[in-house]
Design a protein around this ligand. Structure first.
Ligand code: ADP
Ligand code: MG
Length: 244
């Protein structure tokens, strides 16, 4: 199991404006799968992803990455976090991609992609080499000195994917990665995901578009703060077809 989430609860606001967004979420992500998290706008998909990656605190619950506890509630209901060193290791296991790319506008494409390696303490020469390799893999080797503003949406998202994957995490978490893209660019991003998946990367992808969800092996839907284990996407059917 790559990632195990148990009973995550999270609310925003207090009193009359209190909203219980996550009301006890359980989900396990298996190594090597593509899992799609579907749900209407405002249903808590991004909040769940942010909690799962410890970008946001939660009220209670437990998160385990590759057998290592990242977050857990003790018997008094107090939230505990793994120590800094363990958290850093856990966070190196996954890469993140967002709808709005979150690229640094003043840095070049190459610098954007190399950034996670700077935080990981990789020396400059190797950082730039690895970033270049990753950019070649997403088909942007000729754009490495461009600024993000000089790229199309689809190209920006491919830069963001290169940045997420440059430290070779085995899990890719994507929050509506095609949400800001035209159909063709969205397809290119999905092709890239399929390629990463075939190389062994586990993928969790949020969307509210059923059309994107067909790329999944497994679909779960968030509704009223809880998860409904849904059906299977076309990916699994294709694979089973190949195997027979
Ligand atoms: P989704 O990604 O499914 O569209 P979100 O997780 O972004 O949904 O939001 C779920 C709910 O939580 C929404 O009602 C939203 O208004 C609320 N929410 C999200 N972030 C905050 C915040 N920082 N402060 C207050 N409310 C928030
Ligand atoms: Mg969202």
């Amino acid at each position: 199991m790559f990632l195990e989430i148990q009973q995550i609860k999270k609310h925003f606001g207090e009193g009359e404006s209190r909203v219980d967004v996550l009301r006890g979420i359980d989900i396990s992500i298996e190594k090597g799968e593509i899992c799609v998290l579907l749900g209407p706008s405002g249903s808590g998909k991004s909040t769940l992803l942010r909690c799962a990656t410890m970008l946001e605190t939660m009220d209670s619950g437990e998160i385990v990455y590759l057998g290592k506890k990242a977050v857990w509630s003790d018997e008094n209901g107090k939230l505990n976090y793994a120590d800094k060193k363990d958290l850093k290791e856990i966070q190196s296991q996954y890469g993140l991609v967002f709808q709005n790319f979150n690229l640094l506008p003043r840095q070049s494409v190459l610098e954007n992609v190399a950034l996670p390696l700077l935080y990981a303490g990789v020396r400059k020469k190797e950082r730039l080499e690895r970033a270049k390799e990753m950019l070649a893999r997403v088909g942007l080797e000729e754009r490495i000195q461009f600024k993000p503003t000089q790229l199309s949406g689809g190209q920006k998202q491919r830069v963001a994917i290169a940045r997420a994957m440059v430290s070779q995490p085995r899990l890719l978490l994507a929050d509506e990665p095609t949400g800001a893209l035209d159909t063709r660019s969205g397809e290119q991003v999905m092709e890239l995901f399929a390629q990463l998946h075939s190389e062994g990367v586990t993928i969790v992808m949020i969307t509210h578009e059923p059309e994107i969800a067909r790329h999944a092996q497994r679909i779960v839907t968030i509704r009223d703060g809880r998860l409904e284990q849904g059906g299977f996407g076309e990916c699994r059917t294709e694979q089973e077809g190949d195997a027979s």
